[in-house]
Design a protein around this ligand. Structure first.
Ligand code: RFL
Length: 403
């Protein structure tokens, strides 16, 4: 395969400079590397941080198919576990949905994001892929032309420039790619849900063999398996409250209360090893391209964690973007890049819509006013419909596991 001519002259050059070594950046890097396209990943954190940052865990069936297609799924098949049930607990009782036998009959693979990222990094570097850790992208300059540059700060704090033909912005919502977009270049659709979750990782085995969603007058609580030894929990939390405001005892007591542990079984308690406050916000940038700067993953769209879609979309967009970049750089066919944004946006909006539906299922206004009572009655009806209607359950399963 021919590799496009290197461009520019300066500190360092690559056909594609990828900002960020998360799922989006590393899937893209692997696919470009496998196709002989010269790329360089620039990552602000050090290698150990990248390999240990615990976030997502639920991989959709389509994500696994993508990783399989490119020989990147060996680790998740070896160590991941299939997951196919969720349980809703409300003041009206509990019900379980075996979503693996509903809808398209697809399952999740539970595989912690840091393990997936570690696999992707090992594969990328093993194939000779270039990556600069502890190197922060400061700005993308000249993206409106065909010779963009990335200004970076190297590990010693020295500034330098990277020359590229394309820059892939895979550096998340606070990254340099978003910051470098000139005002008005793209539109940001944004919604602040006004809610916050305290995301917790507990050194404790899962307490149920299903994803647990508790809808309680005190607020939402969630339970998601990660590994046989580690479980992720979420607690709806007051906006602005510090992550360490509650003692471990209070956290476990609140989880037990909201999840109905007295009625349905005690939770396996253990040390809380990570706490993150997540302010629930969603946004979509449109289009996902500004000249030679292309956005993927959280840099392209931020999803509330209510339906666990973020990492899955990141992998999907990275595959589409890789195909388009290879077509352009190796075969001179720019049509894929022209279509890139229009191709990804329908997936993104469908994932946003389902995440929003989940949020409305799990949260209601807490006041005693007439409007809050009305909304809460609607939410109860929505849950009842999910409990009893087979077509609603099929719809749920299809969207819950699908991307
Ligand atoms: P990432 O993973 O944030 O990676 C971006 C990388 O860019 C680096 N970076 C920079 N590098 C150089 N220069 C700069 N200026 C830079 N700025 C940033 C960062 O260090 C980082 O390495 O983005 P990516 O690749 O787009 O992947 C997105 C996913 O990480 C994200 O959507 C998910 O983690 C969201 N999410 C979940 N998604 C799922 O699909 N399933 C889940 O179960 C799930 N659970 C979660 C989640 C996100 C969570 N948090 C922390 C919001 C649970 C939580 C608690």
């Amino acid at each position: 395969m021919t590799v496009s001519q290197r461009v520019g002259s300066g500190d360092e050059t690559a056909d594609v400079v990828i900002l960020g070594a998360g799922p989006a950046g590393l899937v893209l890097g692997n696919l470009l590397q496998a196709s002989g396209v010269d790329c360089l990943v620039v990552e602000r954190a050090d290698a150990a941080q990248v390999r240990t940052r615990a976030r997502a865990g639920f991989l959709a069936a389509n994500t696994v198919r993508i990783l399989d297609r490119h020989g990147l799924a060996e680790g998740l098949h070896r160590r991941g576990r299939e997951h196919s049930a969720c349980e809703f607990r409300t003041q009206d009782g509990r019900f379980r949905l075996d979503y693996g036998s509903l809808g398209r009959g697809e399952r999740h693979t539970v595989y912690p994001q840091q393990e997936l990222v570690t696999d992707l990094l090992t594969h990328y570097q093993g194939a000779g892929g270039r990556i600069s850790f502890r190197t922060e992208a400061v700005a993308v300059v000249g993206a409106d032309g065909s010779r963009p540059e990335v200004t970076v700060r190297d590990p010693d704090g020295r500034p330098s420039r990277l020359h590229a033909r394309y820059v892939a912005g895979c550096d998340g919502r606070h990254g340099a790619a978003r910051r470098s977009l000139p005002p008005g270049a793209v539109r940001r659709h944004h919604l602040d849900h006004g809610l916050s979750w305290l995301g917790l990782l507990a050194q404790a085995p899962p307490s149920l063999d299903a994803v647990g969603y508790a809808v309680h007058p005190d607020g939402f609580a969630g339970h998601m398996a990660r590994t046989p030894e580690v479980t992720r929990y979420y607690l709806q939390y007051q906006r602005g409250q510090a992550a360490d405001a509650w003692s471990e005892q209070r956290i476990w007591d609140e989880l037990a209360l909201r999840m109905g542990a007295a009625e349905y079984g005690a939770l396996h308690r253990g040390p809380i090893v990570q706490r993150t406050v997540v302010d629930l916000e969603s946004d979509v940038l449109e289009p996902l391209r500004y000249g030679s700067l292309l956005l993927a993953g959280d840099a392209a769209a931020l999803l509330s964690p209510s339906a666990a879609k973020g990492a899955n979309l990141a992998v999907l967009e990275a595959e589409i973007l890789a195909g388009a970049l290879v077509d352009d750089l190796a075969h001179g066919d720019a049509r894929g890049l022209e279509r890139y944004s229009a191709q990804c946006l329908p997936y993104i909006w469908r994932a946003q819509e389902f995440s929003q539906w989940m949020l409305r299922l799990l949260h209601g206004p807490s006041g005693p006013d007439a409007e809050s009572l009305f909304h809460n009655a609607l939410r109860r009806a929505r849950l009842e419909s999910l409990r009893t209607s087979r077509s609603q359950q099929d719809w749920f399963a299809e969207h819950y596991v699908g991307v």
